[in-house]
Every structure is written in structure tokens, then in C-alpha cells.
Design a protein around this ligand. Structure first.
Ligand code: HPA
Ligand code: ZN
Length: 334
């Protein structure tokens, strides 16, 4: 269902949720970790969702397997590099990769600043090797609390110019947005753009807070916006994009089934809706699967999906010139 006449982008993809099972096994062997005793099939079972989980926190436990094998900064570099290879294999013209340095450093107590540098270097090197344009989004893992998030932010700011935007992810219900106001003031002062996971595990208020308190111009998931007409009107009027990830929303139990996903409602109410993967390796999906899901299960037409695909370019954290450059390859051929 991907339109071959429109640039293909993924704006919501966790680099640390996209560590492929063969890579997990390879790094487990290299680093002499207990996971190395497992077969590839067992690693797949451990690190990927089987149908669905009970809630977001259970879903996020699956990501723990992948980051547990990151024992050196070089491992982080490799995972970042492989993410660009994966983007290329998925046909992406542009990808925004997000990552939480604290979360990636945690299992083996790596230096936070060094992790950020390794990720930036891996993405840069992969981009050159595979010819896929990429930008980085730093994540504050709210699950670890305000203080740790400030350390995480400071580590990201050491590589300020290699990062485009800041995100807040993790336990939305337990760690609401007001706790992170100061962090996001600092991020905006640094010139970064803002996207926030909101309305995934909590209600519409969480989305309002992301916009009004943290300055988000894009919302990750935003499923709960469907419960609030005023919020949907506000988001449409101010072109606050929604980064939809339907399979992830099914797997976290955010929606009971795919046919009740509100993405179509958002589209019909003129919201700037985009379609993305979230954690491809953990969900065991490709971006093309999400376009198929949107066509077969969410009820979009091909024409509507083509608009959604181009919304990805519109909502990207890119300059007007960079967006024109993405389109150039497609308009020349037609
Ligand atoms: N929500 C919050 N945090 C996350 C997610 C998500 O969907 N994926 C990876 N970290
Ligand atoms: Zn996410």
C-alpha cells in the first residue's frame, strides 16, 4: 500500500526498540552473556511480542532484552549503524531515530555522554554507507524519574548539534508531564524541537500537558485525543502532528483491536496524521506492514494512505529545503 511516487519516512522509530534478534544473539556471544546459551528462535520469543501484552509497561519489558547486550560503546555504534541498514532495506528515504541514552547505558553502566556520541557516530556512518537521510531524537525515560532524566538530558546536550528534538517516553501514567517542565524548557532553549509520547497509556489531559507545558509540536501515539473534540480541533488548527503506530497500540492494549483504532477519525477531522512503526524489532513488523494494516483493518483508501505518507514529510523535523530535496527524487521521475 506504499505509494511509490511519494517519499517514504518513519518519524516514530525507537533505535533501542529495533535491535534485531540475530544482533542480540551476536552481541550476547561477543560479550559472554547468559543470553548466549539461547537459540535464535528462543531470543525471538524473549524479545518480541507474541500477539499482545496487558499494558505498556509489560510491552516495554521486551525492550529490556535488546539493551541488555550493550556492553560497550562500540555495541551502541553497531546497533545504530544496523538501524540505518534496516531503514534502507525497508525502503525509507528518511528516518527519525529516537533513543534513550540512560536506558541503553543501564545494564552495563556505560558513560551516558559516550553512548550519545556512539549513537550519533553509528547513525552518521550508516547514513553515508546506505544513503538514507536520518535525524536523531533524544529520549528522556520518564520511568527513571525527574533527577535521572536531568542527567540524561545533560548527556544529550553534550552532543546538542547532532540531535534535532527531544521526546519523553516510558511510564506515562506513573510519571506525568508536569514533572518534566524544566527539562523541556532547557531543550527548547537549546533549539531542539519537541515530540512527546502522550495519550498512549493516559487520557487527553496528558496530551494537553505535552502541548501546553512541554511545548510539543508532535505527539507520539495520541490515541486518547479521540476522547476530546476540543483537543482534536486544537491539534488540527495548529498542525500538531500525530505519530500513529497502530500495531504497537494493539500490542500495548492501548486499543482493544485494530478496527477500533482512532487514526481514521483523526484523518477525517483534518489532523496531520502520520504512520510509523514505534519498535519494529520488538513488534516484529516493517513499515510496509503498518500501511497494510491501515488499508485492510483501519479502512483507509489508497488515496488517503498516499496523503498520510506525504504527511510524514510535512511533519518531519526538517527544513523546507530538506523536504524539497526528499521530494526531488520523486518529482523528477514523473
Ligand atoms: N511508549 C513509551 N515508551 C516507549 C514506547 C512506547 O510506545 N516504545 C519504546 N519506548
Ligand atoms: Zn514510541
Amino acid at each position: 500500500m506504499i505509494d511509490s511516487n511519494v517519499p517514504l519516512v518513519d518519524l516514530h522509530r525507537h533505535l533501542d526498540g529495533n535491535i534485531l534478534p540475530p544482533t542480540i544473539l551476536k552481541l550476547a556471544h561477543k560479550n559472554n552473556l547468559p543470553l548466549a546459551k539461547h537459540t535464535l528462535h528462543e531470543i525471538e520469543k524473549l524479545s518480541q511480542i507474541q500477539d499482545k501484552t496487558s499494558d505498556l509497561l509489560k510491552f516495554l519489558e521486551k525492550l529490556d532484552v535488546g539493551v541488555s547486550v550493550l556492553a560497550t560503546e562500540q555495541d551502541c555504534f553497531e546497533v545504530a549503524y544496523e538501524n540505518i541498514r534496516d531503514a534502507k532495506e525497508s525502503g525509507l528515504d528518511y528516518v527519525e531515530l529516537r533513543f534513550s541514552p540512560y536506558y541503553m547505558a543501564l545494564a552495563h553502566q556505560l558513560d551516558l555522554g559516550a553512548v550519545v556520541e556512539a549513537i550519533a557516530a553509528g547513525v552518521e556512518s550508516g547514513s553515508q554507507a546506505f544513503g538514507v537521510k536520518a535525524n536523531l531524537i533524544g529520549i528522556l525515560s520518564r520511568t527513571f524519574g525527574q533527577k535521572t532524566c536531568m542527567q540524561e538530558l545533560d548527556a544529550l546536550l553534550l552532543s546538542k548539534d547532532k540531535i534535532q528534538a527531544l521526546d519523553l517516553a516510558g511510564d506515562e501514567l506513573g510519571y506525568p508531564a508536569p514533572q518534566f517542565k524544566e527539562h523541556f524548557i532547557k531543550a527548547r532553549d537549546a533549539g531542539w524541537q519537541i515530540t512527546v509520547h502522550a495519550g498512549e497509556a493516559d487520557g487527553p489531559k496528558s496530551i494537553w500537558n505535552a502541548i501546553e507545558l512541554l511545548g510539543a509540536t508532535r505527539i507520539g501515539h495520541g490515541v486518547a485525543a479521540a476522547q476530546d473534540d476540543k483537543l482534536m480541533d486544537y491539534m488540527a488548527k495548529h498542525a500538531i502532528a500525530i505519530e500513529s503506530c497502530p500495531t504497537s497500540n494493539y500490542q500495548t492494549g492501548t486499543v482493544a483491536d485494530l478496527s477500533s483504532h482512532p487514526m481514521k477519525t483523526f484523518f477525517e477531522r483534518n489532523l496531520l496524521v502520520t504512520l510509523n512503526t514505534d519498535d519494529p524489532a520488538v513488534s516484529n513488523i516493517k513499515l510496509s506492514d503498518e500501511y497494510d494494516v491501515a488499508y485492510h483493518q483501519l479502512g483507509f483508501t489508497r488515496e488517503q494512505l498516499s496523503i498520510i505518507q506525504s504527511n510524514g514529510v510535512l511533519a518531519a523535523f526538517l527544513t523546507k529545503q530538506e523536504k524539497d530535496d526528499l521530494w526531488a527524487k520523486y518529482t523528477q521521475d514523473t
